[in-house]
Design a protein around this ligand. Structure first.
Ligand SMILES: [Zn+2]
Length: 184
């Protein structure tokens, strides 16, 4: 739990206890400018809510922890641990508020999702993936999905014209060279 305290002049003090550390954050805002400085001080775990006192020219934070009482002086932007308890009889105790976080900014709206790029065949080292049809190769292992089980194409049977010996297509009916009727 973070405790916040308005020090006036646009300056706010935040106190947080994390483990044995007390985190003191001074946040000031003037002319739209936000400034924030944090300092961690070894104090031990709080056993009571921190108290803040306004004294002449400075702010004193009183912390009660398992190790005893700690007094921390905040003067301007400097934070000092006091070695002895200051005279707080004339000091004005300030109102503390429990806040969630020193930087409780409103959540930024989520960025709209980028449209998915069409899937491209990937090649990562010895791993290959194709998506159409699904095919994966990893080293010596290969995996295929969705491939139509077409019979293997018959080995090409090269033919030659029996008349002139020129190579002809199996589908040709006549030799393109001499006009001899093929397959007759
Ligand atoms: Zn021929």
């Amino acid at each position: 739990m973070v405790y916040g305290c308005d020090l006036g002049n646009g300056q706010r003090l935040f106190l947080d206890n994390a483990g044995n550390q007390t985190l003191i954050t001074l946040a000031s805002s003037s002319a739209g400018q936000q400034q924030q400085a944090s300092q961690g001080i070894q104090t031990g775990s709080w056993i009571a809510a921190p108290e803040v006192f306004r004294m002449a020219g400075s702010i004193v934070v009183k912390l009660r922890t398992a190790q005893g009482e700690h007094f921390i002086q905040v003067q301007g932007s400097s934070v000092n641990v006091l070695s002895s308890a200051p005279a707080l009889s004339n000091a004005q105790q300030m109102q503390m508020q429990q806040v969630n976080s020193p930087t409780s900014e409103p959540m930024k709206p989520m960025e709209p999702m980028k449209p998915m790029e069409p899937m491209q065949p990937m090649d990562m080292g010895n791993m290959q993936m194709n998506f159409k049809p699904m095919e994966m190769k990893m080293g010596n292992m290969s995996m295929q999905m969705g491939i139509p089980t077409a019979p293997p194409a018959p080995p090409s049977t090269r033919q030659f014209c029996s008349q002139c010996g020129v190579a002809v297509q199996p589908t040709d009916r006549f030799c393109s060279s001499c006009g001899h009727q093929l397959g007759a």
